[in-house]
Design a binder for this molecule. Structure first.
Ligand SMILES: Nc1ncnc2c1ncn2[C@@H]1O[C@H](COP(=O)(O)OP(=O)(O)OP(=O)(O)O)[C@@H](O)[C@H]1O
Length: 229
């Protein structure tokens, strides 16, 4: 279970007149379930990249349970991310030549953490995302199936925070609802904080809090049920 504190954060890219992300202060409680919304180019993926330490900020602090991850050496930060963050990226980062279950297990194998119980859990997760063929190769799968493999892989090590970038984007309504159920269920079961970038209103409605970005800034931050002022 991890809390997130962001302070005085600024991200700029060369050639752009204005910063793509400018956040004075953001606090997400451990175990909270948060939607990040906003139009294309509003900074959602950049925010995810910086809070997971994949991107470095020019200024500001990103603290998980009080620990500033920007201060960690790169290899320590990579290890911290592998252990604590379940990340589902838009482009999945799966290995096409490997099967579904091999993909789910790969990060755990690289971390020498793929014991028999972890292998069993990998199969359980593939079942939970309704993938009946764990040995099917990724390169023969549909985009929606790949997305479900990526979700199973992110959840394998019962991370303290689950971060998903458009996790229902390639799925039909039924599969999207199943993925939403799974993310919410597993986050609740393990106490994980859940941060979801999404345009999927049904998924957004199921989360505790909605943070809207526009031009890299937070323009709304509301609890579920709260209406716009
Ligand atoms: N490496 C980079 N170099 C230059 N500009 C970048 C870089 N990465 C992102 N940007 C710019 O930063 C802005 C925010 O991008 P970001 O990907 O965070 O938006 P987003 O809200 O996730 O958009 P989408 O919903 O389309 O994925 C965009 O204008 C984008 O072009």
């Amino acid at each position: 279970m991890l809390s997130l504190q962001v302070e005085e954060l600024r991200i700029s890219f060369p050639g752009l007149a204005a910063p793509v992300l400018l956040i004075d202060r953001l606090y997400i409680d451990a175990g909270q379930r948060v939607a990040i919304t906003g139009g294309s180019g509003s900074g959602k993926s950049t925010l995810i990249n910086v809070v997971t330490g994949l991107e470095r900020a020019q200024a500001g602090r990103v603290l998980w349970n009080g620990q500033d991850i920007a201060r960690l050496a790169e290899t320590t930060r990579d290890r911290w991310r592998a252990e604590h963050v379940g990340l589902v990226m838009q482009d999945f980062h799966l290995f096409p030549g490997l099967s579904a279950v091999e993909n789910v297990l790969l990060p755990a194998r690289l971390a020498r953490a793929a014991g028999a119980d972890v292998v069993t859990h990998a199969h359980e997760l593939l079942q939970a995302v309704s993938l009946a063929r764990p040995d099917q190769r990724i390169d023969s799968m549909s985009r929606g199936e790949m997305q479900r493999v990526a979700i199973a892989r992110a959840l394998l090590r019962r991370p303290g925070v689950i971060i998903a970038d458009e996790p229902t984007a390639s799925l039909d309504a039924e599969a999207g609802e199943a993925v939403g159920n799974l993310l919410l269920h597993l986050a609740a079961q393990t106490g994980a904080t859940l941060i979801v970038v999404s345009h999927d209103q049904r998924l957004i409605n199921r989360l505790d809090r909605r943070i809207a970005l526009q031009g890299g800034r937070i323009v709304a931050d509301r609890a579920a049920g709260e209406v716009a002022a």
